[in-house]
Design a protein around this ligand. Structure first.
Ligand code: SF4
Length: 237
């Protein structure tokens, strides 16, 4: 029996092989960057760190969460968002998006803890941001949730969008390209802000519900495209 090149078996095999290859390459690339971060001395922050915090999660994550910098617990454990703010983030990811934190990718703009949790300086963001850029290029998320002012300023800045304050842009969607990746940025408050000001908790919850709606719409769009692809393949087989 002659099997047409567009036969579903061949298409599926090609997809599996391609995805396995891509997955392995992504893991290797992310590990390479993590090693560079662990040994990095490009800014002063390396001097006081216990551990650099490269980030963690699914190399194929469709959603990335990006905060500004590690805090005390993150510095001790070498993992992102593991303190009280991290607990809140994990809860929001689970309850509002129906996802486990292992299914997304979580990191920060700056990978070492600034002393006493001060804001990262512009020169530290400049020195460190190449690592985040590479992580975005490798993971190719569909949505980035920017957590807090510094993350929002950096990411929207990469799209050429100038931001006054986070309250003007939170809960909105910005479509654009970062490092050749077409994606949507949704800024919101940093979860730590909701710990200091409990009124912000409901705002964060509202923004995460918006993220869920946008994500569902993206998935619906992808399903429609996939169905169209299958019907076209059937026609040519
Ligand atoms: S904050 Fe970033 S640039 Fe600075 S030492 Fe750590 S990894 Fe390197």
């Amino acid at each position: 029996m002659r099997i047409a090149l567009s036969h579903p078996i061949l298409i599926i095999s090609r997809i599996i092989i391609r995805e396995m290859g891509t997955g392995m390459e992504k893991i290797k690339d992310l590990e390479r960057i993590a090693n560079q971060i662990l040994n990095c001395k490009k800014c002063e922050l390396w001097k006081n760190r216990k551990n650099a915090v490269p980030g963690e999660g699914n190399p194929d994550a469709e959603i990335m969460f990006i905060g500004e910098a590690p805090g005390y617990n993150e510095d001790v454990q070498g993992r992102p968002f593991v303190g009280a703010a991290g607990k809140l983030l994990t809860t929001l990811i689970r309850d509002k998006l129906g996802l486990d934190r292992k299914e997304v990718f979580i990191t920060n703009v700056v990978k070492c803890r600034p002393p006493n949790n001060r804001d990262p300086k512009p020169e530290e963001i400049n020195a460190c941001s190449q690592y985040l850029d590479e992580q975005i290029r490798i993971i190719r998320p569909k949505i980035i949730v920017a957590l807090g002012r510094h993350s929002t300023l950096y990411l929207l800045g990469k799209m050429g969008i100038k931001v006054g304050g986070i309250s003007h842009v939170r809960g909105k969607m910005f479509r654009g390209v970062i490092n050749d990746v077409n994606l949507i940025i949704i800024p919101t408050y940093h979860p730590a802000a909701a710990l200091y000001n409990p009124k912000l908790r409901s705002v964060l919850e509202q923004d995460f519900e918006f993220v869920r709606k946008v994500f569902e719409n993206i998935k619906k769009g992808a399903e429609i495209l996939e169905r169209k692809q299958i019907s076209l393949d059937a026609f040519f087989t």
